[in-house]
Design a protein around this ligand. Structure first.
Ligand code: ZN
Length: 199
């Protein structure tokens, strides 16, 4: 599907899904293939995502690849020079300008691969990801497994144990202890139960 040796043809790929769905693993897999094809690859992630490492894109199976942390979408443009492929991890945390940056890169012949959450913990579309999905040539939605019923999961449900000032953040960094992957059915049940508890 994705030809590593396609010259002079920029495009945008989006890999999205819930937490624990293997987005970063899929991003790394594609970037490694580009590397094997001797393409110049540059990887970015938002500076606020500093769990594990400041310079590596790290997935949960410790598959790592060097990356650059940047604090704005304009800096992606600034550092994405002389590259064939740009990878962007945790793209949901970038400002809305990331959409134009990806468009510009793709229009100039760069293959842009973005990975990120498509929905926040309430099930709302997350940041610039919906707009990126609309403009991308290829969208891959990956799924985790629902911890309640074993079906494919698309929701990152925040566990009710999250309290205090963390409660209002759209999605918290750091994972296993704060979120669980749920399918549509189990997510709706969980939200209903939380509403009941609040009353
Ligand atoms: Zn379920």
């Amino acid at each position: 599907m994705f030809l590593e040796n396609a010259k002079h043809s920029g495009w945008i790929e989006v890999i999205c899904g819930s937490m624990f769905s293997g987005k970063t693993e899929e991003l790394i897999r594609r970037l490694k293939r580009a590397n094997f094809a001797n393409q110049r690859v540059q990887i970015f992630k938002p500076a606020l995502d500093n769990r594990y490492s400041a310079t590596d894109v790290v997935s949960h199976d410790s598959n790592t690849i060097q990356s650059l942390s940047v604090d704005s979408s304009q800096n992606v443009l600034l550092y994405a020079t002389d590259v064939d492929v740009v990878g962007i991890d945790e793209v949901q945390f970038f400002d809305d300008g990331i959409v134009d940056v990806c468009m510009l890169l793709a229009n100039n012949g760069v293959r842009v691969i973005c990975a990120g959450l498509d929905m926040d913990y309430l099930g709302n579309p997350f940041g610039p990801v919906p707009a990126l999905m609309a403009r991308a040539e290829h969208v891959t939605k990956v799924h985790a497994i629902c911890v309640k019923c074993g079906q494919p999961a698309q929701h990152s449900h925040r566990l009710p144990i999250v309290q205090g000032e963390d409660k209002d953040k759209q999605v918290l960094i750091g994972e296993h202890d704060k979120y669980e992957p749920l399918c549509r059915h189990c997510f709706n049940i969980a939200l209903e139960q939380e509403q009941v508890t609040k009353k």
